[in-house]
Design a protein around this ligand. Structure first.
Ligand SMILES: [Zn+2]
Length: 393
């Protein structure tokens, strides 16, 4: 048993938690608020409320509102320049994973010279160490998906080279995270489903990664149990506050898993898909890949890993013959996907062509090769192609 558990973010969880922004000791006097290019943060009144709470607490704010669902490097650089010129001394990501991830990357680039890709490791990134740290980061999550409020990771795409790469260090943990399920009530059913499945795979991959530990499993199996029970409820009735709170909780647990254990190559495969097809939501891409991905590993990794996840998902594993227990996880996964209305998702609906598969497999291995190292069975290039092929419809 061996692990490191470092999770320095102060998390305010629960309905109404956003109000803490008006009360806590803020890390500065002027915030750069980072939101998406969509309208929801304004339409739902979240942006105005956040600005009013900051004002009440003696801070002003500048807004950067261009973030795309798959956030890009050029916006990180543009917003970092804005933070510097406006004299912002902390960054708030308000919204889903794309806005919070961008806030983390912007916080780094507001304090460090050069280009963001000088610091990213993997792909064509130079992997330099940041010397000046980062501006303090506050995460206000309005979705239950990436877990970014509870981990140091940010995923940004370099547009010209189709590289979608995760990055993070001790400076990119949020100083404060607000997890307020009331802010999630307005997320539409399909996005609720995609985001919830992303949280599910952060936990499931965390269980099968070589760096898994009892500490990470504690969070991961509770997250898997909670998502299997509550995600279908949240998808069917977004106004169900209990379901939203349970999903926010599970998502946060999955973020802890990301901090302690890791994703595996399923995320590398998905990043290749959505780097080439940015209109494909991350959680949808993972869901499309997942049955083929986890089936590939079924007879290649220790069976107790899938057994524990099947049990967490409510399967009566012990009633099955020993050799059939691991496969119960695949059955439960298919059932969850169907219960969330996602069994009709297809790569081809997002413009992915079968002929692209070798290039996607190469991209996954070139840009996110690190996660393949954390698989318990080392995938060859051909294996990677096989998983894409099996998942293709
Ligand atoms: Zn993810």
């Amino acid at each position: 048993m061996k692990f490191t558990h470092y999770m320095p973010s102060r998390i305010f969880f629960g309905a109404g938690a956003l109000d803490q922004i008006g009360k806590i000791g803020l890390p500065g006097k002027k915030a750069l608020i980072v939101i998406s290019a969509g309208k929801s943060m304004r339409q739902n009144g979240y942006l105005d409320r956040l600005i009013a709470l900051l004002r009440q607490n003696g801070a002003e704010a500048v807004v950067f509102d261009k973030i795309q669902p798959n956030p890009v490097k050029s916006h990180v650089m543009e917003a970092a320049e804005l933070a510097r010129s406006a004299g912002c001394d902390f960054v708030i990501g308000l919204g889903g994973g794309s806005s919070i991830d961008s806030a983390k990357s912007i916080a780094v680039m507001a304090k460090n010279p050069g280009d963001y890709w000088d610091y990213v490791g993997g792909g064509s990134g130079k992997g330099q160490a940041v010397t000046n740290g980062a501006l303090p980061i506050i995460a206000v999550t309005t979705t239950a998906g990436t877990g970014t409020e509870a981990d140091p990771w940010t995923v940004i795409t370099k547009e010209d080279t189709n590289e979608k790469i995760g990055y993070g260090n001790d400076h990119t943990f949020p100083l404060v995270s607000i997890v307020d399920p009331e802010l999630m009530l307005s997320v539409p059913p399909h996005l609720t489903a995609y985001q919830g499945m992303d949280a599910f795979f952060h936990a499931a991959e965390g269980v099968i990664a070589t760096c898994a530990s009892p500490m990470g499993d504690l969070y991961a199996l509770k997250s898997i149990e909670t998502i299997a029970r509550w995600l279908p409820v949240a998808v069917k009735d977004g106004s169900n506050q209990e379901a939203r709170a349970q999903m926010a909780f599970a998502n946060m647990l999955s973020g802890f898993v990301e901090s302690i254990s890791s994703c595996t190559s399923e995320h590398s495969l998905e990043h290749a898909l959505s780097a080439y097809h940015p209109e494909l939501p991350h959680g949808a891409g993972l869901t499309i890949l997942s049955v083929a991905y986890f089936s590939f590993f079924l007879d290649r990794i220790p069976g107790h890993l899938y057994e524990s996840m099947a049990r967490a998902m409510g399967k009566d594993v012990d009633a099955l013959p020993a050799d059939q227990r691991p496969a119960a996880f695949i059955t439960a996964l298919k059932k969850l996907i169907a219960a969330c209305g996602l069994d009709g998702l297809k790569m081809s609906d997002y413009g992915v062509r079968r002929e692209e598969i070798p290039a996607l497999a190469k991209n996954a291995r070139d840009t996110m090769g690190g996660l393949f190292e954390l698989d318990r069975y080392k995938l060859s290039f051909e294996d990677t192609v096989t998983i894409f092929e099996k998942a293709y419809r």
